[in-house]
Design a protein around this ligand. Structure first.
Ligand code: GAL
Length: 439
């Protein structure tokens, strides 16, 4: 990499910022204050009735993690009926649309999965659809266990709006260990290492690189990881804040690498989800997949053992960088079972909740006091690297950029896998930047 870090402070500053409020010269804090609203009182209820939890966790690993957290909740509140309202589709491709309709028609779930940063702040908080959870945060003393960096990206206007339950790593390269070992390939570090490994495997496995791109976001992740690999974290920060251009040679390099990667992937990728791609690693028909560490949750749910059957490395060219994908739960205004929702938020932020959830989910805990020893060796390594790596927030998963931008890029990358036109795509990405990232 050799590029300077996007400091934790800058990461936090960017992820919590809305371009709209800045554009009209109103501080974001003022804007939120104008939205009004009290702050949620901690739950004291013993709990009866329902608890409807909305997410998109339906695949192996992620569904198991959620089920574990439900068990913790159910043991504390045995008389509450948990309603799992998960809507299938990785990265919330379908769930987010369903949630929008429900929120806009005044039928919110009791609590829902939402990414820290802009997806939370510049969407739901800005629209005045959430209750602050500041008093729960204080009562649970989460300042002592959840890093300030994470608190800051779920905060605005002096209030906290959701509780981080995990940190996923978006820039990870997964590999079938036996295939690499039997072909004398060491885990690639640089982009050159990666392409030489892929070319060595061509003809030996069906498709050296597994891809499931039916949500387009999977290719959007390749784009953001490759932008970091090409330009470093300072460039990533500049381009994702509208300061650098998407027509810059670094972005064109990132797109060219994707194009090159596409020559090693399975031809049916547009019909497959991320988990289908990971099945190909398990089947041994592919050697590599670039995906967030929910892939690890999927592998372990399928009885694959970390560092025995599969291994992990930072995605090529991104050593020393941690692409953050942070899932949180908040409290929508008008939650039908509000007390139960408050109790859910308490469980999601608790040591027991996070210790149950994260090992199955594939992520590392947001809390710093969950013992690393309960995790697999790859998660242990990620826990250590999270403390020292340069942190960058993911755009594909809602933290770095507003939803309108991320969803435009999503469509654009869906086109790119078909037309593979680097210049045209760079131009179109810049048009999205002009529309949504300028402040
Ligand atoms: C991300 C989410 C992860 C995981 C992934 C695949 O957006 O943050 O928790 O669920 O999508 O569905």
């Amino acid at each position: 990499m050799g590029k300077s870090k996007w400091t934790r402070r800058e990461f936090v500053k960017r992820a919590g910022q809305t371009t709209g409020a800045v554009a009209i010269g109103l501080s974001f804090a003022d804007f939120l204050a104008a939205c009004g609203g009290g702050t949620a009182a901690p739950s004291t209820s013993g709990g009866t009735g329902n608890l409807e939890i909305f997410s998109w966790w339906t695949a192996g690993g992620e569904a198991d993690g959620l089920a574990e957290m439900f068990k913790i909740y159910q043991a504390k509140y045995p008389n509450v009926k948990i309603v799992n309202a998960a809507v299938a589709g990785g990265a919330g491709t379908n769930a987010k649309a369903v949630l929008k309709t429900r929120m806009e028609s005044g039928k919110p779930p009791d609590s829902f999965q939402v990414h820290a940063g802009q997806e939370l702040i510049s969407t739901w908080v800005k629209a005045g659809k959430m209750e602050p959870i500041t008093s729960i945060w204080k009562a649970q003393n989460w300042d002592s266990t959840i890093p300030k960096d994470l608190k800051d990206i779920v905060s605005s206007g002096g209030d906290v709006w959701s509780v981080p339950v995990n940190v996923h790593r978006g820039n990870a390269l997964w590999y079938n260990k036996k295939i690499l070992d039997s072909n004398g390939i060491t885990p690639p570090v640089t982009m050159d290492d990666f392409f030489s490994a892929l070319s060595k495997l061509k003809g030996k496995v069906q498709a050296p690189l597994a891809l499931g791109s039916n949500g387009n976001w999977e290719v959007q992740m390749l784009l953001e990881n490759n932008i970091v690999a090409a330009g470093g974290t300072d460039f990533y920060k500049s381009v994702m804040t509208g300061k650098a251009s998407f027509t810059d040679p670094n972005v064109k390099q990132a797109l060219t690498w994707i194009k090159q990667m596409l020559s090693y992937v399975n031809s049916d990728h547009t019909n497959l989800g991320w988990d289908d791609a990971d099945k190909r690693l398990i089947a041994g028909t592919s050697a590599f997949n670039i995906m967030g560490d929910w892939a690890k949750g999927f592998f372990t749910a399928n009885n694959w053992t970390a560092n025995v059957d599969f291994g992990a490395a930072p995605s090529p060219g991104t050593k020393g960088v941690y692409m953050i994908v942070c899932d949180t739960f908040g409290l929508p205004k008008g939650a039908p079972d509000r007390d139960n929702a408050v109790a859910w938020i308490q469980v999601a932020g608790s040591e027991a909740g996070q210790a149950a959830f994260n090992p199955k989910k594939g992520s590392i805990p947001a809390r710093t006091d969950v013992p690393a020893s309960i995790f697999d060796p790859i998660a242990q390594q990620f826990i250590a690297e999270f403390k020292t790596d340069a942190l960058v927030p993911s755009s594909a998963h809602g933290s770095a950029t507003p939803d309108a931008f991320a969803s435009g890029v999503n469509d654009e990358m869906g086109q790119f896998v078909l037309n593979k036109d680097v210049n045209k795509t760079a131009d179109n990405l810049q048009k999205l930047s002009d529309s949504y990232l300028k402040s």
